[in-house]
Design a protein. Structure first.
Length: 324
């Protein structure tokens, strides 16, 4: 049995299908490298010790028997619930020290919670010599997401586990790699932090007042995802771009657009992007623009001029892996 291990997992970017994917529709997600790494160590005290400086958690201590109870700081909840769920399933009953470190700011919404959840589960499996398939890791990670957030599709943890670009249906009903190389994608951060849980609730509230209308919007989004999957595989980027624009219209209908994101999205389209949309829960976080190579600098400048911050990310990167 090892005493210490370091694992890393990528972040994620939703390409198409957000919100609808919470309700049994497909989405397309890509793993991005900004990676998060976690070092896990067995300790003799019967407790969890956590340092996650990038989410302002230092010297956090919780007894194993109290995991998941009491006041849990926002930056600690995914790791703590992941340890709790792992311990309940595999009865490791051992103290653990975990240190996480992210290559990107958690503010961008690129998936530091999902990556830390997946790193925790993978790291524990390695430390305690428990063979877990990707699907097993997904089940535990998705349970952790639901325990913390109440609702969610699991698209973020699947990206952290499998890496690459994936066609994914709610809760892992379908997980299918889309074999492509680097995506011609520009990412712009809006400067506003998105609150996924609140936005899912707001959309659900709207759905309770307009059930048929919102359901048909989800169905339309699902169709756009299906068509874009074919276009991704054929690398017909203008078609993918057009479908991204359609999808953005649907997300506006759901009420998760914002003036800031729209300014960045229109600026990117006007500067020559094939298509542009918000990525993720909406209102804030990031927008993405699918862009021909010869227009990259125009689109980047347009996003910056409209008040956004261009973030350099590698897309389609490797999933969770053992570092040392
Ligand atoms: C949030 O980034 C994307 C949502 O679809 C939530 C989820 O799929 O878990 C809104």
């Amino acid at each position: 049995m090892k005493k210490q291990v370091t694992v890393s997992a990528p972040g994620k970017l939703m390409l198409l299908g957000e919100h609808a994917v919470v309700y049994n529709r497909p989405c397309i997600v890509t793993a991005v490298g900004q990676r998060l790494s976690a070092t896990l160590e067995i300790i003799s005290e019967n407790r969890l010790e956590l340092d996650a400086k990038d989410v302002k958690v230092t010297g956090y201590i919780k007894q194993l028997v109290e995991l998941g109870q009491g006041n849990i700081p926002k930056g600690a909840n995914f790791v703590e619930m992941a340890v709790k769920n792992f311990n309940e399933k595999f009865k490791i009953n051992s103290g653990i020290r975990i240190r996480t470190q992210s290559e990107s700011s958690s503010l961008f919404g690129l998936g530091s919670s999902s990556a830390s959840t997946v790193c925790t589960i993978k790291g524990l499996a390695v430390l305690f010599d428990i063979k877990l398939s990707n699907k097993d890791i997904f089940k535990l990670a998705y349970k952790t997401v639901l325990d913390v957030q109440g609702k969610g599709s699991g698209f973020d943890v699947v990206a952290a586990i499998y890496g690459g670009t994936l066609y994914f249906v709610t809760g892992g009903k379908v997980i299918e790699p889309i074999e492509i190389e680097e995506l011609p994608l520009i990412v712009g951060y809006s400067g506003i932090k998105a609150d996924t849980v609140t936005l899912i609730k707001e959309v659900a509230e709207k759905a309770s007042r307009y059930p048929d209308l919102i359901d048909s919007i989800y169905t339309h989004i699902g169709k756009m995802v299906e068509l874009s999957k074919i276009a991704f595989l054929a690398k017909t980027w203008p078609v993918v771009g057009e479908l991204m624009n359609f999808d953005q219209g649907m997300l506006e209908s759901l009420g998760v657009g914002s003036a800031k994101l729209s300014a960045m999205i229109y600026a990117a389209r006007d500067a020559g992007a094939w298509g542009a949309k918000l990525s993720g829960a909406g209102i804030g976080d990031c927008m993405i623009a699918l862009t021909p190579i010869n227009k990259i600098s125009d689109v980047e400048q347009a996003i910056t001029r409209s008040g956004g911050q261009v973030i350099k990310v590698r897309t389609n990167v490797e999933g969770v892996r053992i570092e040392k």
